[in-house]
Design a protein around this ligand. Structure first.
Ligand code: PMP
Length: 427
């Protein structure tokens, strides 16, 4: 649009407006907003519901799953999560069914109780604001957790290898008010990148100014590969040990996008001393969590290899959706050069960047045409994308037909908004 004459551009805008009106007349109601597995994917886990019956033995490693006890979680379910994360089972504690719930709880533990005997952060905050680093674009619910506790969220640039580590190091090592950083190290939400070995090593080698600083390593997409050549993430606790550090990382994961979202197993792994600190906190708020669900998971998915085989089935369902996004965006926008997008090898999202100042207008026009997207700006702390370019596309849930229709709307919106922006620059 930038290279058109003004007459050509006006004609193009008129054409695009007509296209948009045609789409509006269809009265669509489609949703590309949240990273939910499709019903087809979820159905693949239905056989797990048959793993237990009224006649089943409900003991696991000598523990009765049908009663109180074993607050760290059933032995076989802990072993499963340790195997998935490639960490020492001794330092894995299972929570309820939501990793986000554990993350929020662990953040509040530092705020209310204090990390490993440090002064509670709520008291430290009376002397000046405490900060959480938010690699952006990132996951909006992470940012909500730290803001909800009372932290000031500070954006840090995300690149193709992970967060800008020079900036992370400067902030973490220079400012004792920095208490945490959110990381989705594999198939990051939303950019889809996996942290490089160098990024993991630099994270693991941080020497924080604050003794109660921790890295919140949310390995939500650890087994969520879409291709036969998956990204490899360096195991973080090994890197921490290599760097001569110890108590630096809390790692999280869940089976939400492995079996049934919201009805699975969630875990946190930490150093031995940090895991004890968290056990003491969890021990106040619950006797134990849902071991029947843990047992069903462990019986049906006994180890990481079984999980990977199951995830390969899910990838077969997801892959055509990601391929459709790639094809529609390339066909509709490739030649224009006004937008870029990610080409993830796993995870749940495509991260889209339009021209500067376009994202809010695109999302709002798409909503008018009946296509719901994640709110523009949601991938930044406080919903404030400074360049207003980033939009998160979540292609997993809609059927291929619905996704195709939604992408046609999205492309039409990007084209019209981009053309109008180019025109406004000339006015
Ligand atoms: N972390 C990330 C990075 C996610 O994308 C999601 C779900 N969209 C979650 C955590 C939520 O996981 P859970 O269901 O275990 O709370």
């Amino acid at each position: 649009y930038e290279s058109m004459t003004t007459e050509e551009l006006d004609a193009a805008i008129a054409q695009l407006e007509a296209d948009v009106e045609r789409l509006r007349a269809k009265g669509l109601s489609l949703d590309m907003a949240r990273g939910k597995p499709s019903p087809e994917q979820v159905d693949l886990s239905r056989p797990m519901l048959d793993a237990l019956a009224s006649t089943s033995d409900l003991t696991d490693g000598g523990v009765d799953a049908a009663n109180y006890g074993c607050p760290d979680g059933l032995p076989s379910a802990r072993a499963l999560m340790a195997d998935i994360l490639d960490v020492d089972v001794a330092n894995v504690v299972l929570g309820g069914s939501s990793s986000l719930n554990i993350m929020s709880d662990v953040v509040l533990h530092g705020w209310v109780k204090g990390v490993r005997g440090c002064e509670p952060q709520v008291l430290q905050a009376q002397r000046g604001p405490l900060k959480f680093l938010c690699p952006s674009p990132g996951y909006d619910r992470h940012f909500a957790v730290s803001a909800n506790a009372g932290f000031e969220n500070v954006p840090v640039a995300m690149g193709p290898d992970g967060p800008d580590m020079d900036e992370v190091r400067r902030l973490v090592e220079g400012d004792p008010a920095v208490k945490g950083i959110w990381c989705v190290p594999k198939y990051s939400n939303p950019t889809g990148i996996t942290y490089s070995d160098e990024t993991v090593r630099r994270m693991a080698a941080l020497k924080p100014a604050a003794p109660d600083f921790r890295i919140f390593w949310d390995n939500a997409y650890v087994v969520h590969d879409l291709t036969d050549t998956p990204d490899e993430l360096l195991e973080v606790f090994g890197a921490v040990a290599e760097a001569g550090n110890d108590d630096l990382v809390y790692e999280f994961a869940s089976t939400s996008k492995v079996t049934f979202p919201g009805s699975g197993i969630a875990a946190v792994a930490a150093s031995a001393a940090d895991a004890d600190d968290l056990r003491a906190w969890f021990g106040i708020e619950r006797v134990c969590c849902d071991k029947i669900t843990q047992l069903a998971h462990a019986r049906w998915l006994p180890n990481a290899a079984a999980v990977r085989a199951h995830m390969a089935e899910q990838a077969r369902v997801l892959r055509p959706r990601f391929e459709l996004v790639e094809r529609k965006l390339t066909e509709g926008l490739g030649e224009l050069g006004c937008a870029t997008w990610s080409h993830p090898k796993g995870g749940y999202f495509v991260s889209f960047d339009g021209p500067e100042g376009s994202a809010k207008a695109i999302v709002s026009l798409a909503a008018e045409l009946g296509v719901k997207m994640t709110g523009a700006g949601a991938t930044w702390p406080y919903g404030c994308d400074p360049r207003d370019t980033n939009i998160r596309i979540a292609p997993s849930y809609p059927t291929l037909d619905d996704l195709s229709a939604a992408l046609d709307v999205f492309v039409a919106c990007v084209r019209l908004v981009s053309a109008r922006l180019a025109r406004a620059k000339r006015a």
